[in-house]
Each structure stands twice: as C-alpha cells, then as structure tokens.
Ligand binder design. Structure first.
Ligand SMILES: Nc1nc2c(c(=O)[nH]1)N[C@H]1C(S)=C(S)[C@@H](COP(=O)(O)O)O[C@H]1N2
Ligand SMILES: [Mo]
Length: 262
C-alpha cells in the first residue's frame, strides 16, 4: 500500500502522485513525469485518466502504463511526417561526442566486419541478409543533428548512411505495417512507428563524422532519428523486422515512453 503522510491523513486527502512516484521509482520518462508533477496530478486524477482503480503500487504501475500507451497514440497523431528536425553547421558538432549505453565504456561491443550480416525479417518481400558492402553500395546521405538523451544531456553529431525509407522500399517492406523492430549485438532492442521509419531524416547510419561508425557509437550501424530521443536510436543493429505486433524495447519495457519523440 502507498503510505499517506500524517498531514494527508489529517486532511483526509489522498496521497499526491508525487509521493507515489517516489515509491514506485522509474515508470515514466522524465518529460512525462515532469508534466504529471507540474499538474500535481492526484491519484484520483490518474484513475480517471486511466480508468484503473488505484489501490496499491501495482495498480499505480498499471495505470501509469496505460496513460503512457495513450500518450504514445497522442504523440503518433501529433507527429508530422514532413516536419524536419533542425540541422546544424559542421562547426557546431560537439567534440568529443558523448558515449552512452546501458553499460560502461569498458564493455563496448566489438562487432567483426567480415562475418557481419544484417538480418531482415517479418513483413518484407526480400528477406536476404545484407553485408556492410551491400549497405555501402546504396545511395548515401549525411546530416548534422542534435541527439537528446532523457538523462539530461544533448549533443550535436554528424551521421551518414542509407536513408531508412529507401532501405525499407528496397527490401519490399509492408509500409502499412505498424512497427519496425531492431535487435542489437549487445542485447539492446527497440522498435519504432512506421511513420518515423519513413521520415526523410531517419538514417541507417554507417558513418560518424565522415568515418566508419566507431564501436563506441554503434559499429557497424545504428539507426539515427533526430525526431526521437536517444534511447530510441539503436546501435550495433543485427536484425531489423517489420511487424504489426508491439515489440517494446529495452528501456520502454522498464517504463520509458515507447513513442519517445523529441
Ligand atoms: N545497442 C544499444 N543502443 C543504444 C543504447 C544501448 O545501450 N545499446 N543506448 C541508447 C541511449 S540511452 C543513448 S543516449 C544512445 C547513445 O548513443 P551514443 O553512444 O552515440 O552517444 O544510444 C542508444 N542506443
Ligand atoms: Mo539515452
């Protein structure tokens, strides 16, 4: 059960979500948690929003998850597939560009180039596996954009590679499917909505600052989306699949918002 403060008991009021969040820990990404706190949403408000009865911590989790999935739908609806994220001159690139992963720099994954094959499965006509040379032979584009991490930092970097929309068209993906999922060499995984997959700035990035993507930034390849927060951008991609079944993600399954737009 969620404990009320003596003051709340005296006032006969319900505990504020703020107090509950302290108890239940990380269930929302920071922007959403802030939005809740700013509005001082009460438990009564949360149960109204989610349609869940709030009786204990696990029902709070369920209610927050429901609101977060609702939030995904609103964000998807607000997402404008033609609006471009800001781009910057090379002179504004952050040097050195930060490293981040769910582990430290001493555990950066080394993927071998020669044996590397990118698997492509699910709702795609052509399921052959790709070598790095195959990917480098596709028309390339590059862009300087800002990467925003929910941990509270952002940095400007330059990525180059294959526009993801051309890749999806080349493999004959079902462009009406809901999700594109990614599996990575380090056990990370995530998934995105098809509208973002087809966004003109979504890149299957093979280079960083004009050089082959170094291991720290996701060799051999990462998906770079300036329209999404850092954790939605998978590094060391080994497999891509197109599906209508919600695939979740490493942080998303621990309560981060799935849409993760910025
Ligand atoms: N495979 C993999 N991809 C990942 C992560 C990870 O731990 N593993 N972390 C994510 C997070 S939270 C961030 S902020 C960015 C960091 O990318 P960078 O090292 O290029 O700065 O990678 C994202 N993609
Ligand atoms: Mo991040």
């Amino acid at each position: 059960m969620i404990k009320k403060t003596p003051q709340q008991i005296a006032m006969g009021g319900e505990p504020l979500l703020k107090d509950v969040l302290k108890d239940v820990g990380r269930h929302l990404d920071q922007p959403m948690r802030r939005a809740f706190l700013q509005r001082s949403l009460s438990l009564g408000g949360l149960s109204l929003l989610s349609g869940c009865a709030i009786v204990d911590e696990s029902s709070v989790e369920k209610a927050l998850l429901k609101v977060s999935r609702f939030n995904d739908k609103v964000q998807a609806w607000l997402f404008d597939p033609n609006r471009l994220a800001p781009t910057y001159p090379d002179s504004m690139i952050t040097r050195p560009f930060p490293f981040n992963a769910y582990y430290g720099e001493d555990e950066i994954r080394e993927v071998a180039e020669d044996s590397y094959r990118l698997e492509v499965t699910g709702l795609v006509a052509d399921q052959h596996a790709w070598t790095l040379a195959d990917l480098r032979a596709m028309p390339q584009a590059d862009q300087v954009t800002r990467h925003i991490c929910v941990e509270g930092w952002s940095a400007i970097g330059k990525w180059g590679g294959v526009p993801f929309a051309s890749f999806l068209r080349r493999v004959g993906a079902d462009l009406g499917a809901k999700y594109v999922g990614f599996k990575c060499a380090d056990d990370y995984y995530t998934s995105i909505d098809m509208a973002t997959a087809l966004h003109p700035q979504t890149l299957l990035a093979l280079t960083y600052d004009g050089q082959p993507l170094p291991p720290r930034y996701g060799f051999p390849m990462k998906l770079r989306m300036p329209t999404k927060l850092g954790y939605k951008n998978p590094k060391h991609i080994q497999a891509i699949f197109v599906t209508n079944t919600y695939p979740g993600g490493y942080w998303e399954d621990q309560g981060y918002n799935w849409f993760g737009g910025s």
